[in-house]
Write a protein that binds this ligand. Structure first.
Ligand code: UDP
Length: 233
């Protein structure tokens, strides 16, 4: 099977079926656009298990994604899509870049979820862009932008519900979308503690990559704890 793409956290392979890719989750963790990088045994497995769980739950709630099935501890089969180079971020509480950039207080609740677009371009450091920039760059038209926001907000509702069952709160998350062969917009990539901020409802304890970004704890222990909570649902 041919490797067709290698990213920071995953490898994508062709399969015998021209409509299906195999994704292998890697044991690598990066932060700050690759400025910080480490190998962590077991991380690929945890993110594959967690992402698979989320995509299966989302499908049950009516949100389709590229996910077909989990193949092994570290692999999944997905529908082939062309990734739209946009990071779609949804925020329920202020944290991370919005605190630094706009001065909100860390953990401050937003009245309604905020949807933002970032241009996925490593050489430019994934800058925040407006809807007009999205159109100017030719990444999506008005209808596509509306569809991306609509799906992002449904994903948010579903993830909030799952986190709530675990006594956790969903601070923010990043998702990516792709287009299938007939132009349908489909949720893709991954949803894991690498791409979400998740805090304990009572203690604000972190269950996400911030423990690695900020050197405040063991990533594998944190993700394992999160996965155990998810499995217990
Ligand atoms: N995020 C991500 N990949 C990125 C940038 C952000 O998965 O390249 C996620 C991040 O984990 C958080 C949300 O998107 O859940 C918002 O991130 P933010 O803009 O605050 O950026 P950060 O300060 O984390 O770089």
């Amino acid at each position: 099977m041919t490797l067709i793409y290698e990213g920071k956290a995953k490898r994508v392979f062709n399969t015998d079926d021209s409509n299906i890719y195999r994704i292998k989750y890697k044991d690598e963790v990066t932060a700050g656009n690759g400025a910080k990088k480490d190998k962590m045994e077991g991380k690929g497995r945890l993110n594959n298990l967690i992402t698979s769980y989320f995509f299966e739950r989302l499908a049950k709630e009516g949100v389709d994604s590229h996910f077909i099935e989990r193949m092994s501890d570290t692999e999944q089969l997905v529908k082939k899509v062309t990734i739209i180079p946009l990071e779609v971020v949804v925020r329920n509480f202020a944290a991370g870049s919005i605190v630094k950039r706009l001065g909100f207080e860390n953990g401050q609740a937003f009245e309604k979820p905020l949807v933002e677009f970032y241009y996925k371009e490593d050489a430019l450091n994934d800058p925040f862009i407006s809807d007009d920039h999205v159109k100017l760059l030719g990444l999506a038209n008005d209808a596509d932008i509306a569809e991306l926001k609509r799906q992002a907000l449904i994903v948010n509702e579903t993830l909030i519900k799952i986190m709530d069952e675990m006594n956790l709160k969903l601070i923010d998350f990043k998702i990516e979308f792709g287009k299938d062969s007939v132009g349908n917009i489909l949720l893709a990539d991954e949803i894991s503690p690498d791409t979400c901020r998740i805090w304990d409802k009572e203690t604000n304890e972190n269950f996400d990559k911030d423990v690695y970004r900020n050197d405040t704890g063991s990533l594998i222990e944190t993700y394992t704890k999160f996965y155990n909570k998810l499995e217990a649902l």
